[in-house]
Design a protein around this ligand. Structure first.
Ligand code: GLY
Length: 368
């Protein structure tokens, strides 16, 4: 299998998303993009690097004049300015110049950090994204959002930096641990809920194949998500018209929980919790029926995603939603559902309505 999706900007093709099941097509593509003879820095983390960097270096052997590797400790807690500074210093040391290339190999954190470094190093150098987690393959590697967490804010400092290529080797999912895999499913289910009811139904019908990590099913699923993401980023590349903001369904409360729990829960797990809370609010706003709400909530469970959480302070979570960068003039831009497959933006939610959603997912032991 080989799938190619081209992402356009102002109706002009900007970059390709290649979906493959190995790295064999990478060298020709890199050559066709004109990078022969330049230097490349591969940025990765200390979990993904040992698994894939040698295979990638082998595949691209002879193309670049030099290949450097910068590897940092894995995890969201390293998505910060210290890591950015260390990568930039490494690039300076290796005398990378503005014609050279950054290659991000890893999950969402690596893609965001490396992409951000590429966007500011010498006012910007090219970057190729090689996402290795489900979450990065279906969402974060596409569309050019890059950045790091800053102070108490998630993704507060960053830039739009369109990649020159997104190269997805779906076989990398075979080494992804199950918890990370299902966290990625949180973002996959989100696509169905916000914009594609038949895809949502398809996902539910493919539950067993997804659990089995059936290659054909995963490829079809990833390709479909990439096409949905392509459509959204072509309509609203820099989240100005509101279309792209719909991708933040589940993220306002999700980010608040992620921060409150000090990144002990994975992003996709927090997104699942945030989706449940947002679906509950959509029911309370009389957009979804009660049955629709409970169906949406319960369908996260077979994908090993949480629908409740204990040990949270509801008010603290509410306050964190206000420090989310999606908040505007004191109001929170919240994504709700009109129905499965149709999301909308609501900037009018009251604190009580948001608290209602938080309380719904807050599991309290009887007698507490
Ligand atoms: N992950 C949300 C976006 O790319 O807009």
């Amino acid at each position: 299998m080989s799938k190619l999706i081209t992402v356009n900007y102002n109706r002009k093709p900007i970059y390709d998303i290649m979906i493959e099941n190995d790295f064999s097509q990478l060298p020709e593509k890199i050559k066709s993009l004109g990078y022969e003879g330049v230097k490349a820095t591969i940025v990765t983390d200390k979990i993904v690097g040992p698994i894939y960097v040698d295979a990638i270096k082998d595949a691209i052997k002879g193309i670049f004049s030099e290949v450097f590797v910068y590897s940092f400790d894995a995890g969201e807690s390293h998505k910060n300015m210290d890591t950015v500074q260390a990568i930039l210093a490494d690039m300076v040391e290796h005398k990378m110049n503005r014609h050279d290339l950054m290659i991000a190999v890893g999950g969402g954190v690596v893609g965001d950090v490396a992409g951000f470094c590429a966007s500011i190093y010498m006012r910007g150098i090219d970057v190729i994204q090689i996402p290795t987690s489900l979450l990065a393959q279906v969402d974060s590697s596409i569309g050019g959002k890059t950045g790091v967490d800053f102070l108490q804010y998630k993704n507060m400092v960053g830039a739009f930096k369109m990649p020159k290529l997104v190269y997805i080797n779906t076989n990398t999912l075979s080494t992804l641990d199950d918890r990370q895999f299902y966290a990625g499913m949180g973002e996959v289910l989100k696509y169905g809920l916000i914009m594609d009811a038949s895809f949502y139904e398809w996902l539910l019908s493919k539950l067993y194949e997804i659990h089995d990590k059936d290659a054909a099913t995963l490829e079809e699923m990833i390709e479909h998500c990439c096409v949905l993401k392509q459509r959204i980023v072509e309509r609203d590349p820099e989240e100005k018209t509101g279309d792209r903001a719909l991708l933040n369904f589940g993220h306002t409360i999700g980010h608040a929980i992620e921060k409150y729990k000090d990144f002990t829960l994975l992003h996709g797990e927090c997104v699942a919790l945030g989706c449940v809370a947002a679906a509950f609010i959509s029911w309370k706003k009389e957009k979804l029926s009660m049955d629709e709400y409970y169906e949406i909530r319960d369908m996260f469970v077979p994908f090993n995603l949480p629908i409740t959480i204990d040990d949270i302070d509801d008010e603290a979570i509410l306050n964190l939603t206000k420090s989310d960068k999606k908040a505007e003039n004191g109001g929170v831009k919240f994504v709700l559902l009109k129905k499965v497959g149709k999301a909308y933006l609501d900037k009018t939610l009251t604190d009580e309505e948001i608290l209602g959603g938080i309380k719904e997912i807050h599991f309290v032991e009887d007698g507490e």
